[in-house]
Design a protein around this ligand. Sequence first.
Ligand code: G6P
Length: 610
Amino acid sequence: MCGIVGYIGNRNGIPIALAGLKRLEYRGYDSAGMAAFDFKKSGVFSIKRVGRISNLEMALGKRNFEGNPVVFHSRWATHGQPCDKNAHPHHDCNKKIWLVHNGIIENFKFLKDKLEKEGHKFYSDTDSEVISHLIEKYFQGNLEKAVARAIKLVRGTYALAVISEDDPQKLVAARFSAPLLVGVGEGEFMVASDPSAVIGNTKRVAYLDDGEIATLTPEGFSVTDLNQVQKEKTVEEIEWSLEEAQKGGFEHFMLKEIFEQPDSIKDTIRGRILLKEGMAKLGGVEGVKDKLKEIKRLHIVACGTAYLAGLVGEYMLEEYAGIPVEVDLGSEFRYRSPILDKESAALFISQSGETADTLASLKEVKENGVLSLGVVNAVGSSVARETEAGVYNHAGPEIAVASTKAFTSQVSVLALLTLLLGRQRGMSKSAGQNIAKELFQMPKLASLVLKENEKIKSIAKKYKDCRNFLYLGRKYNFPIALEGALKLKEISYIHAEGYGAGEMKHGPIALIDGNFPTIAIAPSDSVYEKMISNIMEVKARSGKVIAIATKGNKKIKEIVDDVIYIPETIEMLTPILSVIPLQLFAYHMAVLRGCDVDKPRNLAKSVTVE
Ligand code: G6P
């Protein structure tokens, strides 16, 4: 997500931290900023610029400042549009405390209201600013003590770095559920959200753990817990090259993003599930809640993988919210004549928020005066700006062209919307609680699926020379069959067809033979028996079958050639788990075939032309 770099030591920290920030550019960002203590003037100065880091660099170059300590930040917006005002560092009322923050503060609204009542003046739309005001509130001359008191009140995730004009020989950093490390040099120390930011300067690092606060001075650094009790930290040597560090030690961004899913799903649902009430809280649609209650039909419009997430949403919303849903490809919707009446709403799903066909369809909907909603990952993107209301994914930047973590995040948002709309339309509290409880488990269950990686790799080795695959699924896992086939096509260039298993007899069954394997998504759900019949039909024609099944189902092993198990959950949420083995299978097939996984031929991450 966002990037943090800080420096304190015996040199001018500005060029050092700026170079570190540039090494984080690959993560994606929309604005950048810095604050530094200027010893000549005995004060902190700050510059923030929307857009590229080079804009910040240019502004800095013009002024020729020297600073120490310094904090730099590249922002990937979650709360508030990308603009100078919302860029980090954020300051307190007196512009003395300057803070950079990665993560999401769940209770920021509550804290902000309270601080405003106490007289604090806010200037940005971010959740992060609230922490600088909290630190201001508790500051009594010692920065780390004020930080410790402030973050005890904060709920959510954070990696932060702070400097203060009134305690200027310090750089204080703290972490909870967002990565942060201390870089250890000779007479100089750094903090960074990612090892690649410090690698040019030092390879010695100490990784902070949750609930730890680090205080850096030019002489050294110390780490305490939130109660100011000292902690011992080991300094490790990074053995990665810069490129390896950027991929977090994974061979490709795609694999890194697949493995990020427990975290990205957690970030998507964070603060949005009300377990006791069996309800979802979605701030971005709060303003149109009453309108949503009245709609008689929902159009979902998207492209590529986002479209397939929309298809999963159709099953969820129709079954649990009782709303008729139509899902369209952006490229079709814009040219057909959909019935757009005032009783409809349209939901646009897009990772980038810039896909041309999705945007053109949005324009059409707006011209017809229909309520438009977005499910978007990139904050401030065109779809986010143009829709009336919506839900951000908070999945973090996705770099690999093949979408993985955005998909599971989109499906998670659709499950939240189902909960919200379902409860508005007669879903019982206990049914809501059941969905809420299961959705809350998804990050943990997703991490269990990832444990199957080695097994999936060995299955891919077995099938690597096959030139064709059939993917079959039913009901909630019909769109997953399409998504599994799409992933394989996109990155390994192997021909794959996704089909509703019941449709197999109407065509694809003619293709089946010993060299045309089938991947059957067969969790223990309401259509399991039907799936088994379809699997038997494939087997009867000498077809090899790889099944995705629910853990504990030993019987299926007797029928199919290979099984990949996923944990048990409620039927509507199985797609979030069943898609992960298919992402991994496509990934390993592509690697085994020597394909450029992160940049597949002929494809673009964001399709901004028709
Ligand atoms: C491209 C990408 C896909 C993505 C699709 C829609 O084809 O390669 O991964 O699903 O565009 O993109 P969007 O940004 O609108 O979700």
